[in-house]
Every structure is written in structure tokens, then in C-alpha cells.
Design a protein around this ligand. Structure first.
Ligand code: FMN
Length: 164
């Protein structure tokens, strides 16, 4: 089974989770960039509004061809208890027919379950089957600690067996 991890990350925490996962489950990995500026306090507010309203954004790559893959991980930070706009935009453009999907969300403190539910609601009508999901609380955690947490999740959730 060929696996790819698609993720968006503004402040690199979801990126760290995704990169650790890629090593642990031996997957390809691709970062989705949001071409709208999301840095700074004003943009933080706009980012929350965009996420809450599920406004689409400009992403790079514009879409991803998943035809080579059997298993797709999708990872997003939690923004106002919603997936980041880049991830919503991407999901709406992908064909998940016949794909197993594992969803993950990072969050400062809460809202990750809602993010996963919303991604699931978007992925399933596009043909994907969610087989697992997990959340990572990043608030107040050092990067090394996050790596340990991800490695533990990989073991506890038996993630390597899904890519075989
Ligand atoms: C615009 C914005 C909104 C956020 N909203 C939430 C939220 O509703 N709940 C929460 O626990 N964390 C929230 N966070 C924190 C992020 O979800 C958390 O720090 C995440 O791990 C960041 O991932 P990243 O470093 O990959 O961007 C928010 C962060 C931003 C920038």
C-alpha cells in the first residue's frame, strides 16, 4: 500500500507531526501552502473568520492527484474549532474514491475533534473512507515533546499496519 501525508501548517507544529509520522509509517509527504498571508495579529483574526466561515483560499499545489495512493493522511491545525481553510480548499478538490483516509488535527487546547468531524464530512462524500483519526494537543509543548507524543500515538494506534 502506498501512503501519502498531506498537511497544512502555519507555525510548523502540524508540520512536525506530519514529518514524524512520515518517518514512522514510511509515507510520502506533501505540504499544502496557503498563499494568503496568515502571519501577524490582524491576519490571525481574519484566519479565524475564514476558518469559521469555511472561506476558500489560494493553495499551492492547487490540487493533488491521489491515484498512486491507497492511504491518505490529512492533517490540519484547529482554527476556531474548524480545519484551516487550506485543508478545506484542498479536500474539496481531491478525488478520494477508493482511498482509506486517516485524519489528524493539532490544536492549542480544544476543538480537534470538531476539526476531524468536519474533515470527515467533507472527505466521505468524495469517496474516502476514514479508518482512523487522532488529535495532538500542542499548547505549551516543546517540539521534542511533540515528537515523543506522535511516536506514542503511532504505536498505540497501530498506524504502521495500515500502510502495509
Ligand atoms: C487563527 C487561529 C485559530 C486558532 N484556533 C484554535 C482553536 O479554536 N482551538 C485551539 O485549541 N487552538 C487554536 N489555535 C491554535 C492552533 O490550532 C495550534 O497552535 C496548532 O497546533 C498550530 O498548528 P501549526 O503550527 O501547524 O499552524 C488557533 C491558531 C490560529 C492561528
Amino acid at each position: 500500500m502506498k501512503t501519502i501525508i498531506l498537511f497544512y501548517s502555519r507555525s510548523r507544529k502540524t508540520a512536525l507531526v506530519a514529518n514524524t509520522l512520515a518517518e514512522e509509517v514510511n509515507a510520502d509527504i506533501l505540504e499544502i501552502m496557503d498563499l494568503n498571508d496568515r502571519k501577524g495579529p490582524l491576519n490571525y483574526l481574519k484566519a479565524s473568520v475564514d476558518a469559521f466561515r469555511e472561506n476558500k483560499t489560494l493553495i499551492k499545489p492547487e490540487t493533488v492527484d491521489l491515484s498512486d495512493y491507497d492511504l491518505v493522511y490529512l492533517g490540519s491545525p484547529t482554527w476556531a474549532s474548524k480545519p484551516a481553510p487550506a485543508m478545506i480548499t484542498l479536500i474539496d478538490r481531491c478525488d478520494f474514491r477508493g482511498k482509506d483516509v486517516i485524519l489528524f488535527a493539532t490544536m492549542g487546547s480544544s476543538g480537534g475533534q470538531k476539526v476531524i468531524e468536519r474533515m470527515r464530512e467533507k472527505v466521505e462524500p468524495r469517496g474516502g473512507r476514514m479508518i482512523k483519526s487522532f488529535q495532538v494537543k500542542t499548547g505549551g509543548k516543546k517540539m521534542e515533546k511533540l515528537v515523543d507524543i506522535v511516536k506514542k500515538i503511532v504505536q498505540e494506534e497501530d498506524l504502521p499496519i495500515y500502510g502495509i
